[in-house]
Design a binder for this molecule. Structure first.
Ligand code: SF4
Length: 236
């Protein structure tokens, strides 16, 4: 399946810490996280017009004086067999690449790294790596694949971060500690604040996010295992 892009943010300062990127969104995803905000990309992808690869390349070429690279997100980019060839084109133009993934295809991840097609990967870890994972992902997940992707990244030598969206009931302090223990020795772990309104599932949209004291407790607990633990999003 050729790589389809449905949305392009020409200039983003937010999607790769320290870099200015063009952010590209693929449609479709093999997960159904109830808190997902990009759900129209998998529920109604045909309502978005395709953004042509030539248009993307032209934009990058014309703005290479300040754009460092791309962030490819979605949806789930690893679903596309055309991913590697698209990334190679972008690399050949001299741009850096950040990939966002849910970690469901460790073999593809390994081959992209081996071929030098990604500089940085942000991988979601949705919840404790046990039966609680499936509720947070909205589907039954092959946990062995997720675990393998974690070990691929930790052994890779490229830049990476793991990240968890902290949705009360799906992810509690105990889950953050479980995850941090699992990724012990990782470079960077990001706890993302959850935003209810606009979520894929209504029952999640009304959940009240955790406040700062809970996050402080989570960060402190996770810091015993991981090099750098960060908070992203608005925490009261
Ligand atoms: S992995 Fe989850 S949060 Fe990410 S695009 Fe898919 S459904 Fe949305």
């Amino acid at each position: 399946m050729g790589l389809t892009i449905k949305k392009m943010i020409e200039t983003s300062f937010l999607d790769w810490d320290g870099k200015i990127v063009t952010t590209l969104y693929v449609p479709n995803c093999n997960f159904r996280c109830p808190y997902c905000h990009n759900w129209p990309l998998f529920e109604k992808p045909d309502e978005f017009e395709d953004v042509g690869h030539e248009k993307i390349k032209k934009y990058l070429e014309e703005h290479r004086d300040f754009i460092d690279g791309i962030c490819l997100t979605g949806g789930e980019p690893s679903l596309y067999t055309g991913l590697a060839s698209f990334l190679r084109d972008i690399k050949d133009m001299g741009f850096d690449i950040k990939l966002d993934t849910n970690g469901s295809d460790p073999d593809l991840l390994q081959s992209l790294i081996d071929d030098g097609l990604v500089n940085y990967v942000a991988m979601d870890i949705k919840a404790s790596l046990n039966e609680r994972y499936h509720a947070a992902a909205g589907v039954k997940v092959n946990l062995d694949d997720v675990k393998k992707s974690i070990s691929v990244l930790m052994g890779s030598g490229i830049g990476y971060e793991f990240r968890t969206t902290v949705v009360p009931t799906l992810v509690e302090t105990e889950d953050v500690v479980n995850i941090a223990k699992f990724i012990e020795g990782a470079k960077k772990y990001v706890l993302q604040q959850f935003v209810g309104p606009g979520s894929y599932k209504e029952e999640v949209a009304s959940i009240r996010p955790f406040e700062r004291d809970v996050f402080n407790e989570m960060v402190m607990a996770a810091s015993s295992y991981v090099g750098e633990v960060l908070l992203r999003g608005n925490v009261d």
